[in-house]
Design a protein around this ligand. Sequence first.
Ligand SMILES: Nc1ncnc2c1ncn2[C@@H]1O[C@H](COP(=O)(O)OP(=O)(O)OP(=O)(O)O)[C@@H](O)[C@H]1O
Length: 331
Amino acid sequence: MSKQHPILQANDLELGYLKGNVLFPVARNLAFDLYPGQLTCLMGPNGVGKSTLLKAILGSNPPIRGKLTLNKKNIADYAAEHLAKQIAVVLTDKVQTGNMTVYDLVCLGRIPHTGWWGKLAEEDLQAVEKALVSTKTKEIENRKLNELSDGQLQKTMIARALAQDGEVLVLDEPTAHLDLVNRFEIMTLLRELAHENSKAILVVTHDLEIAVETADRLWLMTKEHSLVTGSPEGLMIEGKVNLLVSDNKWHVNPLTGKMELNIPLTYPEITGPAHIIPWIKLAIRKSHPLNDMDSASIIVYRDPFSLKLTYKNQDYHFSSIEKLMHFLKYN
Ligand SMILES: Nc1ncnc2c1ncn2[C@@H]1O[C@H](COP(=O)(O)OP(=O)(O)OP(=O)(O)O)[C@@H](O)[C@H]1O
């Protein structure tokens, strides 16, 4: 637990949209603390109100009721230009500035300090340089934005937000269009930035596995329970990550952190290397398993790989997991 004080705090928060005099409520009873030096991931099903919460934090959709403070002062009481110096944001929209270079875009992060037409002073140039170096975009600073891969563009957007040099960094699904390695890289980079630069970083993501691996805290947002917060490890141990799964067809496996179908199933006794057993269980789940599997047993042999299934007092040998799956499916 951080010894630092929370920078952003909410209590009894209610969020929604006013259209004329009609209120469309989205979420209520939200309470949270966001700490500097930590990476926090906000997760929840589509439409639950994550972007609405980000808009409230950014001051663009004020709460219907409740308290939302930045450094103990109501967000609603900040002038827009002052809030922009404190909170930097990376949204999902693609930037339409193809002809601009990485360096130019990162310089735009200084606008809250210099104004649109302001000249960059020495301190601004230093902030830009630091942002380029810490996001590892220095080596591509002269590249045009329309020549970048999605991963490079996302790092550049993060560099721009960092150059802004606020205490809080808010990102809406920064890994949505990225491949697996880049998703881990971006989240690891955000974790490093939070820890090394003492930033409070709040990321909306749907990627449970990566969030569990990289975040210091998770905020789980659901219609029924508003916001449940804690360390990923604690929420896994208590089974609370299952709050993300509203459908009773699925659950999060507490051993692997992965989503699994809820098939009531007893597995055969499986003997073999620990890292192979979950994959054999997955193969069994996908193969419409035989009756009485609990009385069966499977032994896994290595070098060369093979499997022995003992079922109803008969032994069956398979040289691959696919052959075992075929047997389970068609016998
Ligand atoms: N400008 C708006 N006016 C009225 N209702 C809105 C507005 N923007 C969003 N909503 C509604 O508020 C609810 C929450 O939307 P929000 O975009 O915050 O969800 P989300 O959790 O970010 O979803 P997703 O994971 O799909 O991005 C939805 O029912 C949505 O239709």
